[in-house]
Design a protein around this ligand. Sequence first.
Ligand code: PMT
Length: 418
Amino acid sequence: MTRAHVIIGVGGGIAAYKVCSVIRHYTEAGHDVRVMPTRAALNFVGRATFEALSGNPVSTEVFDDVDEVAHVALGRQADLVIIAPATADLMARAVAGRADDLLTASLLTARCPVLFVPAMHTEMWEHPATVANVETLRGRGAVVMTPASGRLTGSDTGAGRMPEPSEIAALGDLLLDRADALPYDLDGVRMVISAGGTREALDPVRYLGNHSSGKQGYALARAAAQRGAAVTLVSGATSDPGDPAAVTVVTVDSARELQEQMSLLAREADVVIMSAAVADFRPVAVADAKIKKTAGGEPAPIELATNPDILAGLVTDRGEGRIPTESVIVGFAAETGDADGGVLDHGRAKLRRKGCDLLVVNAVGEGKAFGTDDNTGWLLASDGTETVLPFGSKTLMASRILDVVASLVPHGQVPSST
Ligand code: PMT
């Protein structure tokens, strides 16, 4: 990645301390980081911390460094602006086009992607003034994250918690890769996404599993939620990629548990994405007690039963009207080439077999796809269209998949019911 100019604006909220990790992420990636706190932000984190972390001078004021015309120059040269925490007041000032500190002045001159990361109490987030301001900012092309729900300052909990730094960085990186990667075009779309690997129990301590980390499915859930979708993520075993903000997470263990959840949740879904790595087989018997090693004896063979094909079952459910007939069903294919054909040949055959609308084909094996941060592949559509998904982060791949999904959702955009 080339060295980018990143402005990190910091609003006056208790979550300001969390932004230090975001600053570190960008300096460690070799980018030029300018931190612009508001005056209120300095009540929470001192200027010295921001200067030490960014390696650049820090100012709140338009009238510092006047000879360099900083309030115009820094915004103009920025490749990305992240504002975290974005308080209700800061977003209101941005909407009004105020320029009464260095940060808001820079927002007026910046022509790059701007990512607002709100953090405030639930009442402030839900107040009609804030709702209108968020809508205005999104309408102007800014990305305003939907905050997480959880513990707020003090003892209260609710919507308004600032998303975790790793999530902010993932979306910031995505916008550096692709400025238009997060349009607010899935507002009100109900989406169910499976991720991670299933575990098929053998006894109380052992299972048959696979190497899925959940990163690809979680990246899809994260990007979809930030494009406005109401996302339920059905998660098998993962390497803990961190729960995405504004996503409902349901955990499952085995393929049959996954099937139960998917067929239930798909009844209320406009889009279903099966990115989970599902075990095709499970042990016929699950021992009640740990299977013991017999002295010198050979292990008993494990008899396997075939698991249900969840994806094919969902396509059947749709055909028979058990889930919305207009819904879009997306499968994944983890493929390796062999004597019978290449990865893409197997992917095409799988699309025909499963009958879904879209199939993401990724080559696996030799350190590819499973557990990695990056991915590549093809997106095959049932109408014969084939799109290359170029190598990049799993978040970038998710954004490209969602572009196609958004074009297939009935009417492109379903109005929000809220
Ligand atoms: O989790 P990561 O480490 O980020 O890795 C991502 C990934 C490689 C797991 C992901 O990108 C991926 O390819 N997921 C699908 C893996 C898989 O199970 O592929 P498959 O070719 O065996 O299955 C094809 C499709 O059928 C998949 O959508 C799968 O969810 C579904 N399936 C498979 C078996 C089964 N019994 N029921 C199913 O529904």
